[in-house]
Design a protein around this ligand. Structure first.
Ligand code: SAH
Ligand code: SF4
Length: 452
């Protein structure tokens, strides 16, 4: 009899990828993917540990699963990913309904872990970290238009607030041949837009002595069928002139860069171990904007880092205004296990962190709205992803700079995967709205209709 596995994925794209991979690895054991916890025989919660709130969400979800298990004792529950790696066996004490704890590298061994649990009837904890890439990818079937391709895992940067290097392990890059084979397979199945994924893509290949990130970009850019190329995330300290130059050479490379700055204070940046100054960051930002007209740059900011004074926070506000960012992801600092900053003095109160966060969000929204309004009247090429979430009679897709664009379309679903020229009529805080711009063919078609 077939069994069913439901994987609940929290957190980033890496986790989405890891979950898909675990489904593949469990298939030979007879587990078929199931999209609801109800009716599943095995539930895996693939977790995020980057902020405390994300971890709290895991435990509250586990609480709900415990209720299901109380009614169905044969249900198996696993916690996988970053919280599993960070907390290990402690999870079994805090959430006794859990049967398996599967760390970030142990996800590659998910089938063995489940088999061991079934054979022994005892909880299994596997949090061993290896020095090979944990989850090599497989040919995938799900992606149609846009796909993410992992080019590296782990991180060696040890920013003082960040749990990632501790839970994902050391930086490991995938060989370029393997990445290219995956990209070609995706292009063959019709994928048009690719996002290369890593915690710090600019240091791709360095440790291994493989081609560097720009060489990899050149190779991926050469794969026919792929029409848009993106990457996340770049660390400002490693953003090289060669990468900036790639934007002038590679036309499929989309004009948007996510360049997390974290703070506008040099003292705070040093305490965060980011290894660049505000001045150096701004130089890289203007180099990016010089090389490509309309280059969109987004960033991450942490407010309320331990010891951050009101004046230092003001410096962050100044930087956000000066940076004229196209999007800002802002977070309240939270203590994470194993990190240096969790031991730093002068923690900022929750109330003050919330005040700073609100101020920052207000400023970022103001800038975002102004920049979106400035696009009114321009035409952009939208890669259609589906019907708009709010209105079935509208299609939704993205411009090369990754802004979401909605436009009226009776046949939104048929447009999926096509490119449509849209004239922007309205810039909103987080999206654009427009109408298809009449191309020469369309005008002619309309004239014919009128003549008839
Ligand atoms: N590798 C990426 C970031 C991954 S984490 C990079 O270096 O840009 C995504 C974002 O979460 C970070 O950029 C940071 O802004 C935020 N973040 C990480 N740890 C945090 C913590 N302890 N508290 C609050 N925000 C945090
Ligand atoms: Fe975390 Fe810094 Fe690595 Fe990004 S670069 S994952 S913030 S340690």
């Amino acid at each position: 009899m077939n069994r069913r596995v439901h994987i609940q994925t929290m957190g980033c794209q890496m986790n989405v990828h890891d979950s898909a991979r675990m489904e593949d690895l469990l298939a030979p054991m007879g587990y078929e993917p199931w999209d609801s916890p109800r009716g599943a025989d095995l539930i895996i919660v693939n977790t995020c540990a980057v902020r405390e709130k994300a971890e709290d969400k895991v435990y509250s979800y586990l609480g709900r699963l415990a209720e299901i298990k109380a009614r169905r004792p044969d249900l198996l529950i696993a916690v996988a990913g970053c919280v599993a790696q960070a907390r290990g066996a402690e999870i079994l004490t805090r959430a006794p309904a859990v049967d398996m704890v599967i760390g970030t590298h142990a996800m590659a061994r998910v089938a063995q872990v489940v088999a061991e649990r079934v054979d022994t009837g005892r909880p299994v904890v596997d949090t061993a970290l290896g020095d090979t890439l944990p989850l090599a990818p497989l040919p995938r079937k799900r992606e149609r238009i846009s796909a993410f391709v992992t080019i590296m895992s782990g991180c060696d940067n040890f920013c003082s607030y960040c749990v990632v290097p501790h839970v994902r392990g050391r930086e490991i890059s995938r060989p370029p041949e393997e990445i290219l084979a995956e990209v070609r397979a995706l292009a063959d199945q019709g994928v048009k837009e690719l996002t290369l994924l890593g915690q710090n893509v600019n240091s791709y290949g360095k440790k291994e002595g493989m081609p560097d990130f720009v060489e990899l970009l050149d190779q991926v850019h050469g794969v026919s069928g792929i029409q848009r190329l993106r990457f996340v995330t770049s660390h400002p300290k490693d953003l090289s002139p060669a990468l900036v130059d790639a934007f002038s050479r590679l036309d499929k490379l989309c004009g948007r860069v996510h360049l997390p700055v974290q703070s506008g204070s040099d003292r705070v940046l040093a305490a965060m171990n980011r290894r660049y100054t505000v001045g150096q960051y701004l130089e890289k930002l203007s180099a990016l904007r010089r090389v490509r007209e309309g280059m969109a740059v987004t960033t991450d900011i942490i407010v309320g880092f331990p010891g951050e004074t009101r004046a230092e926070f003001q410096q962050t506000l100044h930087l956000v205004a000066e940076g004229d960012f196209d999007g800002v992801f802002s977070f309240k600092y939270s203590d994470r296990p194993y990190t240096a900053a969790s031991g730093f003095p002068d923690k900022i109160s929750e109330a003050e962190k919330s005040r700073r966060l609100n101020e920052l969000i207000e400023l970022a929204n103001e800038i975002g709205l102004r920049k979106n309004r400035a696009l009114e009247g321009t035409v952009c090429t939208v890669l259609v992803e589906g019907a708009s979430r709010k209105d079935e009679r509208e299609a939704s897709g993205r411009c090369p700079d990754n802004r979401t664009v909605n436009f009226p379309a009776e046949n939104a679903r048929q447009l999926v995967g096509t490119f449509v020229e849209v004239r922007i009529e309205r810039g909103n805080a987080h999206s654009l709205w427009g109408r298809p711009a009449a191309g020469p063919d369309r005008t002619r078609a309309q004239e014919v209709t009128h003549a008839a």
